[in-house]
Write a protein that binds this ligand. Structure first.
Ligand code: ATP
Length: 333
């Protein structure tokens, strides 16, 4: 486990394909597919109830999917020869309240056949050494999160799967977690899959994001791709003394371009580079060219707000601006 003393864990890729899970009449996860690469932090994002926890539980073999599969370098969790040394997970933070954090880790080590010395190493890694001998029942939520993370690290696994690990952390703790997850991925080459409903947090932490809404994949890609709107979600603002001609050039090229009263043309579904290149080719003079500074948060809202169409068909669930898309039976397509 100590960084710098080993060559680092072997790289492991997670592959999720066609995962589907229904609870009664609720389709929690629907034909979900994505990949998680080693050496990067992948954010698993979605509003409350989007199916993140259910998906992670299926990835970890705790819930049996109706169909589809999740594998680690081609092997499902249940078939891994040494799961504790392959995947570390933080799903929920339940500890024996009377037991110290250190003892919790030591018990876990013994049960998992790991050297007991790993307990102190893990405590140190997550900044809990000073509190290690105190009762876990007296820990703050943030300290419990750190203890859960320490537990996940005991087997020095190449893969970490973390469900909302930032919950309960104060701003300093969040900053620490961000740096720690990036270190685990970038410097140690681990595969880090971390769920959150907060895009702003993931924007700072993750290299890639997988966005789900109502149990379905909404978008996956790098933060940079999302931000630039490279996959068609971007809005570009462009100013030109020849705004009408510019709008006509862009529209004839298949883009949606609208000219405002102020000579500003708003272009949907293109990158600034794309718009600039088309203007240049048509010899249209530009005075300003920029991506609309919506931030990823607005994009995320736009992407997941679309899920409300799923709910629109149910009589007791009129379409609202709620951030909690529901996944009723009608959600299936
Ligand atoms: N054991 C279960 N029985 C019945 N319904 C369930 C069960 N687990 C999850 N669900 C439902 O499946 C949907 C997805 O839930 P899930 O907890 O996976 O979402 P989530 O994205 O993790 O949400 P949150 O961020 O609120 O935890 C929800 O509608 C939820 O009510």
């Amino acid at each position: 486990m100590p960084s710098g003393t080993t060559a680092g864990p072997r790289p492991v890729r997670i592959e999720v394909a066609g995962l589907t899970k229904t609870f009664g009449s609720v389709r929690a996860v629907s034909d979900l597919g994505f990949t998680v690469e080693p050496g990067a932090v992948t954010g698993f994002l979605g509003p409350n109830g989007a199916g993140k926890t259910t998906t992670l539980r299926m990835v970890l073999g705790l819930v049996t999917p109706d169909s589809g599969r999740a594998t680690f370098d081609g092997v499902p969790y249940a078939a891994l020869p040494d799961p504790v040394r392959t995947v570390g997970a933080v799903l929920e933070t339940a500890f024996h309240p009377a037991r110290s954090g250190r003892d919790h880790l030591r018990v876990y080590c013994r049960a998992a056949g790991l050297p007991v010395a790993r307990a102190d190493e893990a405590l140190e890694r997550v900044g809990l050494s000073a509190a290690g001998r105190r009762r876990a029942g007296g820990y703050s939520l943030g300290m419990r999160q750190r203890l859960a993370l320490a537990t996940a690290l005991l087997g020095d696994p190449p893969v970490l799967v973390l469900d909302e690990p930032a919950n309960g952390l104060d701003p300093e703790g969040i900053l620490w977690l961000r740096g720690f997850l990036r270190h685990l991925a970038h410097d140690e080459g681990r595969t880090v899959l971390v769920s959150s409903h907060l895009l702003a947090e993931m924007e700072q932490t993750a290299d890639r994001v997988v966005i789900v809404g109502a149990g379905r994949l909404v978008r996956q890609g790098s933060i940079a791709e999302l931000r630039s709107g490279a996959q068609g979600a971007g809005t570009v603002l462009v100013r030109s003394p020849e705004a009408d001609r510019l709008a006509a050039v862009l529209t004839s090229g298949g883009l949606s371009a609208a000219r405002g009263d102020d000579g500003l043309v708003t272009v949907e579904g293109a990158s600034p580079a794309d718009v600039g290149a088309r203007a240049f080719a048509a010899q249209v003079e530009l005075h300003e060219l920029r991506a609309e500074s919506t931030g990823l948060e607005e994009l995320y809202f736009r992407l997941t707000a679309g899920q409300e169409q799923y709910a629109a068909g149910t009589p007791d669930q009129p379409a609202t601006t709620s951030d909690r898309p529901t996944a009723p039976e009608g959600a299936t397509r």
